[in-house]
Design a protein around this ligand. Structure first.
Ligand code: FAD
Ligand code: EPU
Length: 336
């Protein structure tokens, strides 16, 4: 086997890496065929949607399944709710905009997140006070034996940037369809301060979900680099959830430290971006690997960086944050 397929255009970091081969999956029947082939050849595989949450740190000795399953279908509808079954290869942001046009609400805070619909449940995408787990009722797909399976919301075991698909089912299950239950009346979610403030600036009496989408897009464009211009995969690390005692120590030194409550009274979430900036990393670079100047949680490809260089920078940051704050940062991006 040879490494024949370049993955450079298939990952938003824009790093070069090669795989043995690639199959475009447009229908469930394609998937069943490809799984047969992979079993026969005893080949590894990885599924890719938009490649916006992966970092290739070398060539991948296996097969790429590029997800291109499309389609949107109204499964049921009443005055309050609509249930939509969506092909996993649909583009996430285009799906969000389509929902807003149709008057299906709930996803507006998740506007402009790159990637595919099928990857949304994998890490339970979240932004500006909303996590997608609140709107997903069902995730369907196929296991490696070609058997069709379905997970209801509870079975997905959603957590902060977590689900069963990232844990036990990692690379064991290809998601083909995600079912969402959305609202027919607007239910604005304005807990996240900056969204509320930007809406107030619009000076309108009543805000609509489309307004929320618009300000979320503005806020994101002001902080996050566009992968078309600068290679990146969004937040490189998860925000750490720490013990209350450690947090109280930190507050003594840094009374201004931002923090968020969690479901567990004994634990507090602190923003990794704040820690990384405080440690002096914001805007710094190591060769062509950099820390984004407007958002220290985002690592960027400043020219033609390799995955290994990005990983080295991330490890330096992890070591420094551990020494300075006693906190271990866990990567959010999947390294392959
Ligand atoms: P990929 O990167 O292609 O895949 C991610 C993982 O999911 C891989 O392990 C892959 O094997 C697996 N996978 C993908 N599709 C399937 C499938 N159909 N079946 C089984 N496994 C599959 N994330 C957030 O949560 N919130 C944000 O605000 C956010 N902002 C971002 C901003 C930028 C600029 C960027 C570049 C990324 C951001 N992200 C954010 C991360 C990323 O957009 C999400 O994780 C997104 O869901 C990834 O989708 P994808 O299709 O690109 O997944
Ligand atoms: N902050 C700094 N310096 C920085 C970055 C952030 O001090 O360089 C501070 C901010 O001032 C703010 C706090 O940290 O007080 C939080 O920052 P922000 O609201 O920008 O969000 P975040 O915690 O850095 C998380 C998600 C993002 C999501 C945003 C918006 C994680 C790992 N990241 O980032 O998700 O878009 O909130 O809700 O939870 C992603 O997962 O890829 C991603 C981009």
């Amino acid at each position: 086997l040879e490494f024949k397929v370049s993955l450079k255009e298939l990952n938003t970091f824009g790093v070069e890496a090669k795989a043995y081969g690639l199959s475009r999956i447009k229908a469930e029947s394609d998937l069943i065929e490809v799984f047969k082939f992979l079993r026969a050849e005893k080949l590894r595989h990885i599924t890719l949607g938009g490649g916006s949450n992966v970092l290739f740190i070398g060539n991948f000795p296996g097969w790429i399944l590029k997800n291109e399953i499309l389609g949107k279908e109204v499964v049921s509808e009443n005055e309050e709710f609509v249930e939509l079954a969506v092909g996993s290869g649909e583009n996430w942001h285009e799906f969000v905009l389509w929902c807003l046009e149709k008057g299906f609400y709930g996803l507006e805070n998740l506007s402009l997140i790159p990637g595919s619909v099928g990857a949304a449940p994998i890490q339970n995408i979240g932004a500006y006070g909303v996590e997608v787990k609140e709107l997903i009722t069902n995730v369907e797909g196929y296991d490696l034996q070609g058997k069709r399976c379905s997970f209801d919301n509870r079975e997905c075991q959603f957590g902060y940037r977590e689900s069963v698909f990232k844990l036990k089912m990692l690379d064991q299950f290809f998601i083909t369809r995600v079912t969402f239950r959305l609202y027919k009346q607007s239910q604005l979610r304005l807990e996240y301060g900056p969204v509320q403030r930007e809406l107030e600036k619009l000076g309108l009496e009543n805000h609509t979900p489309k307004d929320v989408s618009k300000v979320v897009i503005q806020i994101r464009q002001s902080k996050l680099p566009d992968p078309k211009e600068v290679g990146n995969a969004g937040s490189f690390f998860k925000n750490p959830v720490i013990e209350k005692n450690l947090f109280l120590d930190l507050v003594e030194h840094y009374p201004e430290i931002p923090h968020y409550p969690t479901e567990d009274d004994e634990r507090v979430k602190v923003p990794a971006g704040w820690l990384i900036e405080k440690a002096g990393w914001k805007g710094r670079r190591m060769g062509d690997a950099g820390v984004h100047e407007n958002q220290a949680l985002v690592l960027v490809n400043l020219n033609r960086v390799s995955g290994t260089q990005i990983r080295e920078l991330s490890e330096k940051i992890q070591q420094d944050i551990l020494i300075k704050f006693g906190i271990s940062l866990m990567p959010e991006v999947r390294m392959v």
